[in-house]
Design a binder for this molecule. Sequence first.
Ligand code: GLC
Ligand code: GLC
Length: 827
Amino acid sequence: MKFGYFDDANKEYVITTPKTPYPWINYLGTQGFFSLISNTAGGYSFYKDARLRRITRYRYNNVPIDMGGRYFYINDNGTVWNPGWSPVKTELDKYECRHGMGYTKISGKKNDLSVNVTFFVPQDYDGEVQQVVLTNEGSADKSFALFSFAEWCLWDAQDDSNNFQRNFSTGRVEIDGSVIYHKTEYRDRRNHYAFYSVNDSIDGYDTDRDSFIGLYNGFNNPEAVLAGKATNSFADGWAPIASHYKKITLKPGESKTLVFVLGYVEMPQAEKFEADGKTINKVKAKAMIEKYNTPEKFEAGMKELKAYWNRLLSILSVSTPDEKVDRMVNIWNQYQCMVTFNLSRSASYFESGIGRGMGFRDSNQDVLGFVHQIPDRAKERIIDIASTQFPDGGCYHQYQPLTKKGNADIGGDFSDDPLWLILSVSSYIKETGDWSILDEMVPYDNDMSIAQTMLEHLKVSFYHIVNNLGPHGLPLAMRADWNDCINLSCFSDTPGESFQTYTNPKFAAEGGYSKVAESVMVATLFTYSGPNYVEILKHLGKDDEAAKAQAEIDKMKKNIMESAWDGDWFLRAYDANGEKMGSKECEEGQIFIEPQGFAIMSDVGKEQGADLKTLAAIDERLNTKYGLVLNNPAFSKYYIQYGEISTYPGGYKENAGIFTHNNAWIICAAAYAGQGDQAFKYYSEIAPAFTEETSDIHKTEPYVYGQMIGGKDAGSDIGQTGKNFGQGKNSWLTGTAAWNMVAISQYILGIQPDFDGLSINPSIPHEWDGFTAIRRYRGATYNITVKNPNHVCKGVVSMEVNGTSVNGCIVPVVEGQKEYNVVVTMG
Ligand code: GLC
Ligand code: GLC
C-alpha cells in the first residue's frame, strides 16, 4: 500500500494523506542551521549541534508520537484546523505534503480556504523561512484568524528536558513589532538569541505557553486559538513560545502571502546590547528578516536552493532500465548522503540529538557516499575527525560538532575505528586526485603541538591494528568493533551498565579489555582497507614501507584462513574464553554477515573458493525477501560473553534484524565476485524506492534508508515468528546511505573513482541491455554508455574513449581534456 508517489521531475516525494504509517520527515538546511520537518509540520530546529544549540522544542516519544513543531492554526468562524492536519486533526477537504531537496511544502484546504505553506532554509542563512499563502477559493468573503506557533527550547536540549527546577524560571523574550525574540540566558552567559518574525503587522501575539495553550489543553486545542484571539502574553520564566496572531479577510479568489522567519543570531560580546545595556542588539536579526521579507525574495531564495541541488545532483546521473534505480541514484540516495554527512547519527526521529555527536567510524563512512558532492567539505570533515585521534592510532569514538572535541565520557577503544579513516582519506584522493591532503598537519587529541601529517595518521591507524593482535594473530575486539552490540569484554549482569563503555573489572589488569577476544570482522576490514594505504605509499615512492605494510596484510589473510575460516563462511570472532563465535559449532548465531563481504572483496581464500562458498551460504542462511539478516539463527537467550546483541529479541536490531548498512557490503561483494544478478537482488530488497508498494508493512519513509528492518525471526520470542518482519525503523541517519550509494554506483553500475582515474567495470543484472551515465569527475564530464549485447552480469570486452579503444577498465586521464565519451561493451 502506498501513501504517496514519487514526482521525479520535481525531485519530490508527494505524500497524499497525513496519516502515514509513521511520521515521514525531511531535513532543511545543509550548513549551520538545520530543521527536521515531518509531513504534518512536526519537528524542530537547531544550530550546528542538536544538543548544545537546540532552538525549538520537540517532545520525543510522546503520545501521539509526533509532538512539537511549527504549527499554523486557522480559526475560520469556529472551525479550527491546521494545513498539515496535525495537531488539531480536523478532517481536511484536501491535503498534500511535498518533501523536496531541502524544502517541504504542506498544503491543506478546508471550507474553501486553502493554505499552502513552504518551508526551507536558504543557502548561507541561519534560519527557516516559511511562506504561507492563503487563498479564498469560495464565492463569498472569508474572515478568519491565523496563528503561528513555535516553542523555544532553552538551548541545551539535554538540560532542557530534565532541569525543571531552574528552567521554569529562566525563560525570557522580547517583542518588537511583529518579531518575537527568545533571549533566554542572553543577558548572562550566552551570545546568541533566536527570533520568529512575520513580514506584516499583527493583531496580537503570545509568548507564554500556558496563556496560549492553557494548562489543561494540548497542541490540538490551544485556548487562544479556540477563542479566536491572542492574549498578548509575555513570558517570564515557565515556557516561552512565539505565536503571531493575525485577522485576515479575503474576497472570493483573493490570496494573501505572509513570510515568516525563524532565525538564529550570534553577537560579539561587546555588541550584544543597545546603549541601555539591556535591549538586545537586533541589527543582525533585522538584516536576516529583510533578506526574505517579500514573496519575490522568497522565490529567489527557493530558486537558488533548487539550482544548488540541481548542480550537486548533476555530478552523477544515470539512466538504467529500472526507474527505481534512477530515482535512488539520481535523487534520494545522494540526498540522504548529504544529510548523513551533515548530521552523522545525531538528530532524527529516532536519534534524540542529545545521545551522540559525530561518530568517528560513522562520519568516516558517511564521507564515502558524499565525497563526490562537495569534496572540500569532505576534506574538512576528515581532518576534524582525524584530529580526535591519539598518537597510537586509537581515537575518541565520538565528538561534538560544536566544539569538535572528542567525547571523554564515551572514550575510545573501538577496534574498527582507525580503519575507516584509511577508507575516507583514500576515497577523497580517488575522487579529487588531491594528494596534498596527506601533507596536512593534523593534531592528535585536538592538540596542535603534537600534530603530524595526515599520512602519519594513516600509518598509526594501520599499525594500531597490527599492534593489537590476539592469540590467533587476529585483531583484538576491544570494547566492540563495527557491531556495537558484540561486547566481548563486558560480561555485564547489572542493569544500567552501558554495553559500549563498560568493560568488566576482570580485564582491568589487561588494560581494560580481553587480550583473548578477537574480531574477524576487523581482520577482514583490515585486508579490505589496508591495500589503499599500500597504494598510497607506492604512489609516494615509499616502496619499502609499502612492502612492509603489504606483508602485514598477507599475514593477516593467512591468519584468517588458518583460524577464522569455518569451511563455508568466515567466523565472526573469538570470544574472551577463546571460543568461536559465528561457527557451525555454535548453538545459535552460527553465521554473521559482517566479516564476509570484506573477506570476499579482499580475495581472502579465493584460491580455495572461499568467496563463492561464502556467497552461497549467505544466500541460503541470511537472505529474505526484505533483505539480509545480520546473523542466523537469532539468539534466543542472553549470552553474557557476547553482550548487547543477545539482549534484543530475535529479529530486531543487531540480533538477526535486517541491519541494512552491512547488506551493502554483501551487495558490493556479490558484484565484485561477478554475481550481478545476486547483487541487484539484494540491492532491490532494501532500496527504499522498492519498498514503496509495501509502505504499510515497511512503515518508514519510502525515499530514504533506515538502519533496520525487522528480520525473519521477529516475533519468535512471543511465538509469532514473522511478526513485524519487513518493518523499518530508525530511518535517515545510517551508514546504509553512504554504503548503498557506493554499492549501486561503484560496484553494480561499476563507476568507481580510483587513484589513477575513473574505472568502469559494471556488475549488473544479465537482463539489462546496458545503461548510460553522466559523471563529473576531476573537472571533466564523462558521458558513459555501457552496452551489454551478450547479456552477461560482468566483464568488459572493450572500452572506447573519444573513439579510441583503450585497454583495461580505467579511463586514462588526458591533461586538460574536459569531455570523455566512453563506450564500454560487456561480454
Ligand atoms: C549504529 C551505529 C554504528 C554501528 C552500528 C552497528 O548504526 O551508528 O556506529 O556500527 O549501529 O552496531
Ligand atoms: C546500541 C545500538 C547500536 C548503536 C549503539 C550506540 O547498541 O543497538 O546500533 O550503534 O547503541 O549508540
